[in-house]
Design a binder for this molecule. Structure first.
Ligand code: GDP
Ligand code: IMO
Ligand code: MG
Length: 426
């Protein structure tokens, strides 16, 4: 069987524009499977004047013929998912029969949020800057084998209530020593039962669904959340999320085997952003000021101003290796339209040494200084370009240099948030 699966994931620290690119690519897809993460994600899709921010639901939902699966590698806040479905329904987007929730996915419950926020408070100035959605503690419970899975939403209500009561009691006992906020089991049971009634029709065996789609040769996109350097193994640990945001995670999260993967599309911005703490070698306050002044780069989940910096080729080169990227989708080129000079980081300097690869340790990573190569800005709008040849010459030079520096071909190029502001390289 010819592989038909495409992984679409972020090559930086999240918010690369995956939502927009997935929505564009979903025009030629049958399925979109969300592999990992939870409602820490915020994937923005703009269609005409309508703006959608998706947190758990795959971006393919906005294309009427596409089926969507929240796969087993994701962690799902049941009440959050209900709200997200209701929000789409109000806007005329049908989800019943199109959206499926893998029974294998783990649940994020109120006690996970209490622990997430408790840990952050205790970390003080060294905090990770999590989204506070309980993602880390939910994955910790999964690894510790004490988590509840979405499939349990189908249990008779007495059994579901017992499972929740046990889990909340464990939390409340531990919270005495830890200083976590205590959780009411009764309130949690009430909330989860309401969500369970709503979500039961969406439950499915995620792996069987995915494999049926693969076996029948359907065109499948796997949607990654977060980005390569937020991956718990390959990111700027400990300033990471708790899931595997790289291509390997797309396979384990969905149960789709590596041999079924045909393409890996790495989404990246023409510059760099990150939300939360951690190393950021090319961070630049002036660029941040400029982008924020344009109303850009505010988090779609928490509204926090994103940290901004220049394109970091050291970072993306590593992301290309880690994910086996077959093509890149470059977004937000228009963010650089007004600049006369655009630096690109081509290497790091650490304790007098030149590095072509990022260091292992986050503390060392923070000490790295960027080595820049400067490019001339094009100083004209790119937002109306619909073809490679319509881009200013200096913008083409910039993009071609990036492609060579990171070692992966360019596919889609995006010059605005709209669906139509997208074209293929060449
Ligand atoms: P995601 O998490 O990777 O889906 O990215 P987000 O949606 O969190 O953030 C990307 C932001 O950039 C969103 O506001 C998008 O609407 C916007 N966006 C995506 N591509 C472009 C582009 O090429 N130009 C502009 N101006 N905005 C873009
Ligand atoms: P999308 O899918 C950007 C960041 C948080 C924090 C770290 C850990 O929209 O690209 P967590 O709540 O996951 O424990 O927080 O990860 N983070 C993201 N940053 N985009 C995201 O998702 C993110 N999801 C988590 O800001 O630094
Ligand atoms: Mg986002």
């Amino acid at each position: 069987m010819k592989p038909t699966v495409t992984i679409v994931l972020g090559l930086q620290w999240g918010d690369e524009g995956k939502g927009k690119i997935l929505d564009v690519m979903a025009a030629e897809a049958d399925w979109v499977l969300r592999a990992q993460g939870g409602n820490n994600a915020g994937h923005t899709v703009e269609i005409g004047k309508e703006k959608y921010v998706l947190h758990l639901i795959p971006s393919g939902i906005l294309r009427g013929k596409v089926s969507c699966l929240i796969a087993g590698g994701a962690v799902v806040d049941p009440t959050g998912l209900v709200k997200e479905i209701e929000g789409l329904t109000k806007r005329g987007i049908r989800t019943r029969g199109r959206l499926h929730l893998a029974a294998q996915a783990h649940l994020v419950l109120p006690h996970h949020r209490a622990v997430d926020q408790g840990f952050e408070k205790r970390r003080g100035s060294g905090k990770i800057g999590t989204t506070g959605r309980g993602i880390g503690p939910a994955y910790a419970d999964k690894a510790a084998r004490v988590g509840l899975r979405a499939g349990e939403l189908a249990l008779p209500s007495r059994d579901l209530a017992r499972r929740i009561r046990e889990r909340v009691a464990l939390h409340n006992r531990a919270s005495r020593g830890q200083g976590w906020v205590k959780i009411s089991a009764t309130k949690t049971i009430r909330e989860v039962e309401a969500a369970a009634r709503f979500l039961r029709p969406y439950l499915a065996d995620g792996v069987t669904l995915a494999h049926r789609a693969v076996a029948s040769g359907q065109r499948i996109l796997i949607e990654g959340a977060q980005g390569t350097f937020l991956d718990v193994d390959h990111g700027t640990y400990p300033f990471v999320t708790s899931s595997h945001c790289t291509a390997g995670g797309a396979c384990t999260g969905t149960g789709v085997p590596p041999t079924a993967i045909h393409r890996v599309v790495g989404v990246l911005k023409a510059y760099t952003t990150r939300v939360g703490g951690g190393p950021f070698v090319t961070e630049d306050g002036t660029l941040g000021h400029l982008l924020h002044g344009m109303g850009r780069e505010f988090g779609s989940t928490t509204g926090r101003a994103r940290r901004c910096g220049w394109f970091d080729a050291v970072l993306v080169r590593r992301a290309v290796q880690l994910n086996g990227v077959t093509e890149m989708a470059m977004t937000n080129l228009d963010g650089l339209d007004g600049l006369e000079k655009i630096p690109v980081c081509v290497g790091y300097r650490l304790r007098g040494k030149y590095l072509k690869e990022p260091p292992v340790d986050a503390a060392d990573w923070s000490r790295c200084r960027p080595i820049y190569r400067n490019f001339e800005g094009w100083c004209q709008p790119t937002t109306e370009a619909r073809h490679w040849k319509e881009l200013p010459r200096k913008a083409r030079i910039y993009l071609s240099a990036i492609k060579d520096l990171v070692g992966a071909p360019l596919g889609l190029i995006s010059v605005g948030a709209g669906r139509d502001q997208t074209f293929r390289h060449g």
